[in-house]
Design a protein around this ligand. Structure first.
Ligand code: NI
Length: 400
């Protein structure tokens, strides 16, 4: 166990690397981050943070009030791990069978802690309040929603929010920052197809839900290519198709389970109707019936221009003038976007890629690695971002 009391005496970077390795050893899957939450709580209270009384089972929000008055800015890190057996061969590999930090959320927590410790030491000169959100269950896109429902924005104090994800696809020393969409909207679809079962050799008395369901799967692919502007990315993936009990009985029902990804909110808004029309009309053509359940998950990451500018300046200050790169967006989802529905924010990618060190596996790979060398600059970038954001909203208020 790392003793937080020594943080002020020892070199912060060494301490953070110890913390990172400890978090890495004891990963916990989404919504089960009990030990992680306890560890974080101990480190943060020791550093002078108060834990806000939000009712969430795992995760926490830690607050520091500067000695000088000013606005409130939030910084969010995710804390959960994945149900993946680690295959990195690291000396500090996961001690938990079948669970590992294969998305680098241990790295994100460490950066947040580093920024939290640094700001705690500068409390006398801090103009305003910073809330560090250690969010559970990012991988299942439940955590942000739970915190919001628990009242994260209820007191109306938070003016803006920032967050970081590692990106092995960007070289170490570079940072991906954009004020356009960075990550996609995620929605879930369930399509229930109902036909009429019967003997496998006597189809004329049945309505085959497997055939109707298969036609719907194919039809949904053309839904994208024939109905959506080709310059607007949309993906519809049916990942699960459940039907039937045995080989010689025509199945009376089928259930299709899929994920839908998009960027543009206007395009996203059209999708439930489009998918429903295709599914129900195709089913009808086969004499079957289809019912769509469209379950919205998270919108696309939508970075605010002014907040993005603050991040860009901070990155250039810390990593160097040419460090900002334009990231290639992904339709992978990230529930940070839910916070952006309430306050302006910027989510950005810190490059960790380094072929010589083997840091080139993508997120969720069993051999996924992060890059501890980036920690000091990432911490300083977050600190500078938060300071600049406090300044931005303080000056804004004075102008008014
Ligand atoms: Ni992740």
């Amino acid at each position: 166990m790392v003793n937080a009391k020594t943080i002020h005496q020892e070199n912060l970077t060494d301490r953070l690397i110890d913390i990172r390795q400890e978090l890495h050893r004891y990963p916990e899957v989404s919504s089960k981050e009990f030990q992680t939450t306890e560890r974080l709580k101990a480190w943060l209270t020791e550093a002078g943070y108060s834990i806000l009384p939000l009712e969430v089972e795992t995760g926490l929000v830690a607050e520091i009030r500067g000695d000088l008055p000013g606005p409130t800015i939030a910084y969010r890190t995710d804390i959960d791990a994945l149900p993946i057996q680690e295959q990195t061969g690291l000396p500090y590999a996961s001690m938990i069978d079948g669970v590992s930090h294969a998305c680098g959320h241990d790295f994100h927590m460490t950066i947040a802690l580093g920024a939290a410790f640094t700001l705690a030491e500068k409390k006398e000169e801090l103009r305003g309040t910073v809330r560090f959100i250690f969010q559970a269950a990012e991988e299942t896109t439940q955590g942000a929603r739970q915190l919001i429902e628990a009242g994260l924005f209820e007191d109306g104090q938070i003016q803006a929010i920032f967050g970081v994800h590692n990106q092995p696809g960007i070289p170490a020393g570079k940072v991906g920052v954009t004020d356009h969409h960075l990550m996609g909207a995620v929605d879930t679809i369930k399509i229930k197809v109902t036909g009429k079962s019967g003997h496998g050799a006597i189809p004329q008395h049945t309505v085959d839900s497997v055939v109707a369901g298969s036609a719907i799967v194919m039809g949904l692919q053309s839904a994208v290519s024939r109905n959506i502007d080709p310059f607007e990315p949309v993906v519809i993936t049916i990942g699960s198709f459940q039907s039937g009990t045995t080989h010689n009985v025509i199945a009376g029902s089928a259930e299709l389970f899929g994920t839908v990804r998009s960027f543009n909110p206007n395009v996203r808004a059209q999708l439930p109707q489009l998918i429903e029309r295709i599914a129900t009309d195709i089913a009808k053509g086969y004499g079957a019936e289809a019912v769509l359940d469209f379950i919205p998950q998270v919108p696309a990451i939508d970075n605010d221009q002014a907040m993005t500018q603050i991040v860009r300046e901070s990155v250039e200050e810390v990593f160097g003038n040419d460090a900002v790169v334009k990231p290639e967006p992904t339709l992978g989802g990230e529930d940070f976007s839910l916070y952006q529905q309430y306050v302006p924010g910027c989510f950005f990618w810190v490059g960790t890629g380094d072929d010589d060190k083997g840091v080139n596996k993508q997120w969720h790979d069993p051999a996924f690695l992060v890059n501890d060398e980036i920690i000091p600059d990432a911490v300083t970038t977050v600190v500078r971002t938060l300071e600049k954001a406090l300044e931005h909203f303080r000056l804004n208020k004075e102008e008014k």
